[in-house]
Design a protein around this ligand. Sequence first.
Ligand code: ATP
Length: 290
Amino acid sequence: MAIWNLGSINADMVYALPHLPTPGETLAALDLQQFLGGKGANMSVAAARAGSHVCHIGAVGPDGKWAVDRLMEYGVDTRYIDQIDTPTGHAIIAVDRQGENQIILFPGANRELTNDQLGLAVSQAGSGDILVLQNETNMQGEAAKMGRELGLRVCYAAAPFDAEAVQAVLPFLDLLFLNEVEAQQLEHATGKPATELGVSDVIITLGAKGARHFSMGTGEILDIPALPVTAVDTTGAGDTFTGYVLSGLDRGLPMPQAMMLATRAAALMVTRPGTADVIPDLKETQDAQF
Ligand code: ATP
C-alpha cells in the first residue's frame, strides 16, 4: 500500500530580527536559517518516518533541488515531483527577540501543477491506496475526483482554510482533517457542522486538548487526549499528526491506534523547534516516555 500526497514543498527562511520591520524600514537580520517546510512536505516526511511508502506529487523550481534531496533523505519517494521554471514556494519568516513573527508566503511552483502531471502520478496508485491533499497547491478538486474514481481513499486537510477549495473536494472525501478553527470556518461556509457533510470519517484536532474522531457509519465519537508535554514550538504538530494517522491506516491499524500513535508523534513534535527536519520517526515515537 502507498500514500500519494499532492502537497506543497517550501523553503522556510527564518530571519532573526531585532524587531519586526515597520513600513518603509530597512533592517539587517541577525541570523538566517533555512528549513524544509510546507504542509505537504511535512505530511510526507511524517508518514514516511512513520513507516509508509509515500509518493509526493508536487513541483519545485530550479532552486529546489535541495528540498527534493532532503525529502528523499527522509524516505519520501520523489519521482513524482516535477522541476519547473517557476521558483520553489517559500516562506519568509521574520522573528523578533520576543518570538513574535511576520510571514510572507510565496506559493511559486506549488500552484503550477498540471492535470497531466497529476494524472500520470495518480494512475500509478493501486486501489485502496491513500491520496491526501491540502490547500497549498492547485488541482485539489481534480485530484479528489480522480482519486475517488480510481478507488483510492481520499483524505484532505482543509488547511490553510479556503471555503472554495473545501467545497470542490467535499463530495469525493473519505476522511477530513480539521483543526478547531477550520471546523468553525467550515460550519460558517456550509451552514452545517463538519460531521454532517457526508464525509465518512472526520477528525478535529484540538491542540493541547487532543483530537476527536467522528465516524459517520457507526455514529461513534472517539476522543484521544493530548499527552502532557512542555510545548516549545507547535508548528507542524497538525501535519505530523495527519501524516502519522494516515500511515497508521495505510499499515492497517484501526483508527484509535492510528490516532494514539499520531498523538505521541505530535506531542514529541511540539517539544522541538522546527518543522519537517525534526519530525520523529516511528521508533522514537513508540519509545518516548510521557
Ligand atoms: P499546526 O497548524 O500548528 O501544525 P494544527 O492547528 O493543525 O497545528 P493542533 O490541533 O494544534 O493542529 O495539533 C494537532 C495535534 O498535536 C493535537 O491533536 C495534539 O495531539 C497535538 N498537540 C498540539 N499541541 C499540543 C500540546 N501543546 N501538547 C501536546 N500535544 C499537542
